[in-house]
Design a protein around this ligand. Sequence first.
Ligand code: ADP
Ligand code: MG
Length: 617
Amino acid sequence: MSDIIQLLPDHVANQIAAGEVVQRPASVVKELLENAIDAKATTIKLLVKDAGKTLVQVIDNGSGMSVTDSRLSFERHATSKIRSAEDLFQLHTKGFRGEALASIAAIAHVELKTRQAHDEVGTQLIVEGSEVVSQEVVVTPKGTSIAVKNLFFNIPARRNFLKSNQVETRHIIDEFHRVALAHPNIQFVMYHNGSEVFNLPESNYRQRIVNIFGAKTNEKLVPVNEETEVVKISGFVGKPEYAKKTRGEQFFFVNDRFIKSAYLNHAISSAFEGLLKDSTHPSYFLNLTVDPQTIDINIHPTKTEIKFDDEHTLYAILRASVKHSLGQFNIAPVLDFDRDANLDTPYEYKDKHHPNVPNIEVDRSFNPFQEKQVSGKQTTFLKKQTLANWDSLYVGLESKGTQTQQDFTSVQFESEEQTGSIFKDSNQVETKQTTFQIQNKYIISTIKSGMLVIDQYRAHQRVLYEDFLQHITVKESMSQQLLFPVQLHFSPQEIEILRQVKEDLEHTGFLFSNFTNDGIEISGVPVHVPESEVSVILEQLISDIENEVPDSNFSPTDLLAKSMAKSLAVKSGQSLTVTEQEHLVNSLFGCKEPNMSPTNKSTFVTLSVDELDKKFI
Ligand code: ADP
Ligand code: MG
C-alpha cells in the first residue's frame, strides 16, 4: 500500500491552530492588545464594531515593525519574543508562541499598517485567509494598527456559534478590563460602533480601578501590600459589605498577566471567612509578582492558567496578607451581619396588642404594614420590607380579578370563603384561620385532599413575575413620579447593559430623565416599587444579565420581569400576617402557571391525606 501521510498545507494548519487561540472576537481583542503592550505602546486604542463580528481594530503607538518583520509576523511560530526554550522561563512579554497573528489571519480579513520611529514611511499589508493580498508603502503614524474584519468568514460553523452581540460585547469588555487593569501606566481607549465606551488615562492602580468600575468603587477598596521572598503582593480587596452576588470583580494578575486560579481564589474567600453575607463574593484586584522561573505559563493556549512551583506557600501568604489588611483597616470588627433582629424591634410595636396573631408561634419582630416605625437602626434586610411590596400583591389580585377562582384547577380549597373574600377584615378573629406560616418560610394551607406547603419566596416571585410581564408586554404600566429624581452612578459597562433593557424598563414604569455614559437619573418608578429599592433592583438586574448566558431564545423582557420579581418578592425569613399569607396563596393560584417559580422551581408541594395516613401506620 502506498504512503498516505501528508503534511498539512500552512493555511489549513493555521486554521486548526486558530481554533485553539481564537474562540471569539474577544480572543482577538486579547491578542492584539497584548501585542501592543509588548511593543511598548503608551496609548492603545481599541475599536469594535458589532461586538467584534464586523471589526476588531487595535491602534498603538509602540515600536512598529520593519517591512520584513511585518511579513514574518503572519507566519506561524514567528516571534520576536523568545529565541530558545530556556527563554520560556524568563518571560517578560505577554506573547511568545508566535501564533496569534498567523491564526487570526487564517480566519479573517486582516489589514496591518505599521511604521517604526526611524522610518519615514510604513508598510501596509492585507492578508485574507492566510493569503497576502497586497503589500504597499504607506504614510502612517508611528506604531501599529491591526484591523481584523469579518472574523470566521471562511468557517461559517464557527461564525454561527457566536453568541448574541450582547454576550460577545461582554466578553470583549472583560478582556479589555483585564488588560487595562494590568497596565495602569498605559492609556486605553475603547470605542464600540463609533461611540467611546472607555477612556482610561495613564494613572495609578487605584485610579484605574475607579475609572473602570465607577467612582463609587473608590470607597470600597482596601489596600493589600506584602513583600516576601517568594512573592510580592499589591492591590486591593473590596470591603466585605460591598461583596457582590456575582463573581464579577475578581482579578488576579501574575507578573502583569491576568490569570484564573480557583485555588488562589479560595485563599481569598477563606481570608474573608465570617465576614460575608451568604452567597456573596468578595471583589479583589491583586497583583502577584514572582520570579518568572517559578511559574509555567505554557500550560494553556490562551495563557490564562499558569502553574506555580509552590502553590501552597503562595496560598498561605495570600490568605494571610488579605486577612491582615482587613484587620488593619478595621474591617473585621465593625461587621455585624448576624445581628439579632430582635434588638432592632421598634418597641412601641413589640408591646402592642395585635388582634390577629395566629395561634402558632410567629416571629413578631417585623410588621410590614408599619413602615413608619422602622427605626433608623434597622438593617438593610429589614428596610427592604416595605408596604409597597405588599401592595403589589394586591395589584396582582386586582388585575386578575374574577379569574382567580376559576383558575383553581389543580388545587381545590376546603373552605369556600377563602377564595370568596380576598380582603378579609383582619379584626374578624372568629374567621376560621386557613393558612399558617412555618419557619417564616413556608405557608401551609389546607385543601380538600390534604394540605399544601407553599414556598413564600418562590410563590411571590411567580405572582410578581406574571404581573411585570403583563405590564411590559401590554406596555401600559403605571408610573409614579418622584418628587426628586434619583441619580444613580454605574460603570460604563453597567450602563451599556442597562441601555439594552431601557425600553423594557420604561414599559414597566421607569422614567429616565437622563441617561448618559456615567450614570442615569430616574424621575419615575413603577407604581409599586419603593424608591429606596430602585438601585437594588437595577443592580440585581445588571448582575442577572451579566450572569445569564443567553441562548437564542434569550428575552430581555423575560429576564427583566424575573429579576424584578426576585428583588421585590418577600424573602424567606419574613414573617407574614394571616391576611398576607392568604393574599399570597390566592394570588399564586390566580397565576397562569402557579406551580413553578419564574426560574422553574416548584412553588408548592401537596401532601394528601392518604400520604399522611401512611405515615401514621
Ligand atoms: P507573539 O506575540 O507570541 O510573538 P504574535 O503572532 O502575536 O506572536 O506576533 C508575532 C510577532 O509580530 C511578534 O513577536 C512581534 O514581533 C510582531 N508584532 C505583532 N504585533 C505587533 C505590534 N502591535 N507592534 C509591533 N510588533 C508586533
Ligand atoms: Mg502576541
